[in-house]
Design a protein around this ligand. Structure first.
Ligand code: NAG
Ligand code: NAG
Ligand code: NAG
Length: 261
């Protein structure tokens, strides 16, 4: 485990464990052993637990029903097994540089998706109430790119002098407001698709003062490259010309604009 790994793991231990010490003391658990002498008691316990577990089982499977909702990515998403434990740091968290900026740009660039009328309808959306592209298609977005945009925002705020040199305090307040929103976006998404793999802790007194996180668990991940390639192929550049929704143009009696495409 390299030192960066250890740093990360330490950060993952909650503050109250920072005074960690190994306690060799093992509490005797004799209090958990007891005898059930009366078979009458056993029979009613069996019947009772059967009723409770049937109900719990029913509720459990209701909660586990998995019906995947529509996404235009459904035909491109593939899965692979990955180590559940976060691996070595990537370029996205390196110190600011033109290379880092390019990497983030490539990651976030598919943020504007060219959606079709049919895709919007399948996603319960109303095409007539949606901003369009002058060249055709609808201004859409794939969820993860909103989150990645948000994560980059947080990265920028961690490197304030580089990304927001000489900003006014009003601009700073506005930007921090955006970053707080971004934190919430990422939080909600983490809680929606939690990493449920089992992690544990090792303790190496020679090198670490406190236990460090470890895991040999696997986790099912979406194959990022084919997904990202698809999203990129469906994206539009930032300088694309937008056209207001059909409904708005009609309301403003400007539907003739559509004919000018
Ligand atoms: C969006 O895709 C459609 C084809 O589905 C194409 O005709 C249109 O030009 C595209 N729009 C942009 C802005 O690339
Ligand atoms: C920020 O301010 C310093 C000195 O006040 C100036 O030298 C520098 O060019 C400014 N940077 C930007 C990006 O405006
Ligand atoms: C958008 O930018 C690209 C290059 O990045 C350029 O080729 C294209 O002409 C631009 N389109 C508009 C509408 O400005």
């Amino acid at each position: 485990m390299d030192s960066k790994d250890v740093e990360q793991s330490k950060a993952l231990l909650e503050d109250q464990y920072n005074n960690f010490e190994i306690t060799p003391h093992v509490k005797a658990r004799k209090d958990l052993c007891f005898n059930l002498r009366s078979s009458g008691v056993i029979l009613s316990l069996v019947l009772y637990s059967f009723a409770v577990s049937s109900l719990a089982g029913y509720m459990f499977f209701q909660g586990r029903k998995h019906t995947a909702p529509y996404t235009p990515a459904q035909t491109v998403v593939e899965y692979k097994m990955m180590p559940a434990r976060e691996y070595a740091h990537s370029i996205y968290s390196a110190n600011p540089s033109p290379e880092v900026d390019k990497a983030w740009n490539d990651l976030v660039s598919p943020i504007h998706f060219n959606a079709t009328k049919e895709e919007l309808r399948l996603a319960n959306d109303d095409p007539d109430n949606t901003v369009r592209f002058f060249e055709g298609g609808y201004l859409g977005g794939i969820g993860v790119y909103h989150q990645l945009h948000c994560l980059r925002r947080l990265y920028w705020n961690l490197n304030e002098e580089y990304y927001f040199p000489n900003r006014t305090s009003a601009k700073r307040t506005r930007e921090i407001g955006h970053a707080v929103h971004c934190l919430e976006v990422i939080l909600q998404n983490l809680m929606c698709t939690p990493n449920t793999a089992l992690y544990s802790f090792a303790y190496n007194p020679e090198t670490d003062t406190i236990p460090v996180l470890k895991s040999k668990s696997q986790r099912q991940c979406v194959k990022w490259e084919p997904f990202h390639a698809w999203a990129t192929s469906r994206s539009v550049p930032y300088n694309v010309t937008l056209l207001a929704s059909k409904n708005l143009l009609e309301k403003l009696d400007m539907s003739k604009l559509e004919g000018e495409r």
